[in-house]
Design a protein around this ligand. Structure first.
Ligand code: SF4
Ligand code: SF4
Length: 429
């Protein structure tokens, strides 16, 4: 990325330029070490390398150009915010979750220390003036999922224009009514922001666009069931991460080409690691860019990741919105139903998630499941204990890891992960 070409834009967005330069430098080195060092990458990953190298450059420039033409940018932190509605009103939908330690001291002036790293990170990025995506947003949409987020949004609302959607915590008929009212409220807010009325035609087109992106990610996921694994877990995670801020149509086209290359690789019996490499599914909290620590540790320990059961993974791509509706009302109902199938740990009970993890591990022919929970995350921390018992009953080995975004525990993680991978290898015989 040509930093000089973007400096004036970053200045207009009120970024702290010296701190931002430092961040890009660290990110570039981190990416080089974790990604560019891999052997046998698919040619289609060049698109992802390019998008990531331009994440604060070209993509932000695109957002600014769209804004100059009157389009609005809406930032979100959760896969519960219906992207179809954003797109149907002509706005741009971007994910704002952050996966690096930045501005932690500033963040801890706004939220308690014992808050998960994901929350502290997005607050830290904003307060330290490091995130051009947040700075580009006309509206930031939060949601009442976990307690950490909903209280953090109260404080965050002092710094950005915020709307908070009420997400129910159960899935009974009264909860569906509540959720439908919230989806309609979101529609009204987005229409007011953009000045565009959502029509059956624009909503149907938006549903098809978002479904097309989900379908291509489903295809990618299905191809990862092959042995040997045709793509590394790091690369697959990056693809899922980039899906949250790239243009959805361009992204689906690029990943479709990459899937063609994967298909050819599978047909030739080739892969990124030998066929006897232990295969793992990651399960739990979302891993936002540039949170690549655990996948790097796992794949450096001689395993390959073949699936991610998380919101930056199958939880976001598993279910499509039914495309058969013809009226706005029917399509809203289809959106309400699709989003209520999300198996976030914030729900109680949430037994479908246990089934979904087992199903994914079986579908991907995984030797084991690595549960990933961010420190101080109550919902996934609780479910981790339940899931460990369920996996044991199913005869699927699992290891529970609790960590954050710091690098201090890397050696300790390596030791635990290597022992787990060795155990899986000996089970394979
Ligand atoms: S884990 Fe839950 S709260 Fe977090 S992004 Fe996913 S659905 Fe939203
Ligand atoms: S990781 Fe856990 S605590 Fe953090 S925002 Fe997500 S659900 Fe909430």
């Amino acid at each position: 990325m040509q930093h000089d070409a973007y400096r004036a834009m970053w200045e207009r967005l009120d970024l702290d330029l010296p701190a931002h330069d430092g961040l890009l430098q660290v990110l570039g080195k981190f990416y080089g070490d974790i990604y560019m060092s891999q052997q046998g990458r698919l040619q289609g990953m060049e698109y992802l390398d390019f998008v990531l190298s331009e994440v604060h450059g070209l993509r932000i420039q695109e957002l600014q150009e769209a804004k100059a033409q009157g389009r609005k940018v809406i930032g979100t932190f959760c896969v519960f915010v219906p992207e179809e509605i954003t797109l149907a009103a002509g706005a741009i939908h971007v994910g704002l979750c952050a996966g690096a330690e930045a501005g932690t001291e500033l963040a801890e002036q706004l939220v308690p220390r014992n808050t998960c790293a994901l929350i502290k990170s997005f607050i830290g990025f904003k307060l330290a003036r490091l995130c051009p995506f947040t700075q580009s947003c006309d509206l930031v949409v939060g949601e009442t999922t976990c307690d950490g987020k909903k209280k953090a949004y109260e404080a965050f609302a002092e710094h950005v224009p915020m709307l908070v959607l009420e997400v129910p915590q159960q899935k009974q008929s009264c909860d569906r009514e509540l959720w439908k009212a919230e989806v309609l409220r979101y529609k009204a807010e987005v229409e007011a922001l953009t000045g565009q009325t959502i029509t059956a035609q624009s909503l149907a087109a938006a549903i098809r666009t978002v479904n097309a992106r989900r379908r291509v990610l489903q295809r990618l996921g299905a191809l990862r069931a092959a042995s040997p694994a045709p793509i590394s877990g790091r690369d697959a995670l990056l693809i899922n991460q980039v899906s949250f801020y790239d243009d959805p149509v361009r992204f689906a086209g690029a990943i479709s080409t990459l899937c063609d290359q994967m298909e050819a690789r599978v047909a030739a019996g080739e892969g990124v690691a030998p066929a006897d490499t232990p295969r793992l599914v990651l399960s739990g909290c979302p891993m936002a860019v540039p949170n690549w620590k655990l996948p790097y540790v796992v794949e450096s320990a001689g395993a390959v990741i073949v699936g991610e059961e998380s919101c930056i993974g199958t939880r976001n791509t598993r279910d499509l919105v039914d495309e058969s509706g013809t009226t706005v009302e029917e399509m809203i109902d289809a959106i309400v139903d699709r989003y209520l199938r999300i198996d976030c740990a914030c729900f109680t009970p949430n037994s479908e998630r246990m089934d979904n993890v087992v199903d994914l591990a079986r579908a991907q022919k995984a030797d084991g499941v690595l549960q990933y929970t961010l420190l101080f995350c109550q919902p996934y921390g609780h479910e981790s204990m339940k899931l460990a018992r369920r996996l044991e009953a199913e005869g699927i080995p699992s290891l529970a890891i609790e960590t954050d975004y710091s690098m201090e525990d890397v050696e300790q993680l390596k030791t635990r992960v290597e022992a787990f991978v060795e155990m899986l290898r000996s089970r394979r015989g």
